[in-house]
Ligand binder design. Sequence first.
Ligand code: WTA
Length: 574
Amino acid sequence: MEQQSTESVAPTATNPNMKNYEEERKTFSWEEIEKNFTWYETGKVNMAYEAIDRHAESSRANKIALHYCDDTREESYTFEQMKLNSNKFGNVLRDLGIVKGDRVFIFMPRTPELYFAFLGAVKVGAIVGPLFEAFMEMAVRDRLQDSGAIAVVTTPALLSRVPVADLPELKHVIVVGQEVEAGEGIVDYYKQMATASEELAIEWVDREDGLILHYTSGSTGKPKGICHVHNAMIQHYYTGKIVLDLQEDDVYWCNADPGWVTGTSYGIFAPWLNGATNVIRGGRFSPKDWYGTIEKYKISIWYSSPTALRMLMGVGDELVKQFDLSSLRHVLSVGEPLNPEVVRWGLKVYGQRIHDTWWMTETGGHLVCNYPAMAIRPGSMGKPIPGTDAAIVDDNGNVLPPYRMGNLAIKTPWPSMMRKVWNNPAKYEEYFRIPGWYISGDSAYCDEDGYFWFQGRIDDVINTAGERVGPFEVESKLVEHPAVAEAGVIGKPDPIRGEIIKAFIGLRDGYTPSDELKADIAKFVKEGLSAHAAPREIEFRDKLPKTRSGKIMRRVLKAWELGLPTGDLSTIED
Ligand code: WTA
């Protein structure tokens, strides 16, 4: 492997939270970080207490914790107000009989109520399952069923996608809306909140008790429920300091929805554990509104993603000049490879280095990152955070020398590592099949100075606009369409979204290929599963390449698509 670039961008500022990366690695200990939490003294642990109440009981009580905005609402809440609202929701749940360990799902768009509900659920010890509002009925059912959810918080618009009749364990549907129709198990959020007490006895839990369930896709099977515990706060707090660079007067904005781990670890936990003012913008991507948000709230730290940044780059430099973005001092990205071109553009138009960060739903928090105090090599994910080690290993666990491509692996354990895959211990074990290492599923190499460079996924998982999509899930939905006999799904490289979903389809007898049929099939997946899982491209083929055991060979489909040699076909059917 050749080194991709020797280009390097020096730091522009020293970071009071971490002055020198190499020095910090030498002296670092997680135990020292733990001393920042009340439980280090009291033994009483709860993530929501450390994130909200601790500040509400300090000089930060009247500091703004949340600035919320969308096209119709603009509201701000102090730490004290966040405490009281989440206390009230905790009481709503407790009145329904929710206890520690119960799974409570939150299926709604970003609004202040989402955050009150989320924190209130954590306060009573529930394990919270946040879901994207874009999910359709089947996606919602799979997740609620697998986790045995007891309650779900949703809105009137999304209520029809919660298949209550199919979910015997689901007892309460809490509806956040002005007009809530009564029904069995239906709880009116505003009505209950109006009378709920603002005082709540927090449920103190163990550091290893469940906190959150994030469903994410692999290359086979249904989405996996990745379970994290309260102990993750140690890593969220620390990376909030050294990676996000949160300082007392910062105004922080993370673009991610809590349906994705970035929207919880770095949209809720890290900023609030550090007592920061957090901006949440609801609604869709809009370049004007986004720049307007940075200007209006004088955002100083902005955590975004390659797809959003590429879209902003596509809109061009002129729009940037119409806004005052001078408040920005630290910009970050996550979710997909960040092209060097975007880093160069960021330097030019924002006057900011864009700091790439690598991690996964399973890792719970940052692992390989670029830091304010370190030179950036555009295109590199950076270096492991202090307190952790990363390496490139072969399939037998041998650490490979610089520039050799292999498995990106992390030395176990670290504080925010997932603790289980819900209902699926075998899947969990797969990640740890090489003793002492977590195998990420990504391939990468390391240069001689210790910078890591992402190369691709080892499995068939698709990353479209930062969303992980399992090809199996999409294929399963496709074959439910009456016209589809067989389907194979791959990620096709795309300049904006990184990858788009492309489906190869064999039709049933009696159906003829047409553009209308393609549109109908795409719509079928969009309405059955979710918009981001729908194929943007469909190609009809008489026959799909299969192994003798009947498995569709996605690697052959990919080679077709890219015009590459198909490789070893000895296991192919004919
Ligand atoms: C990809 C949670 C390149 C990678 C944040 C990983 C990245 C998967 C980067 C995790 C990055 C994430 N550079 N690729 N900086 N960050 N990825 O769990 O393939 O939804 O395994 O993201 O996204 O996806 P997840």
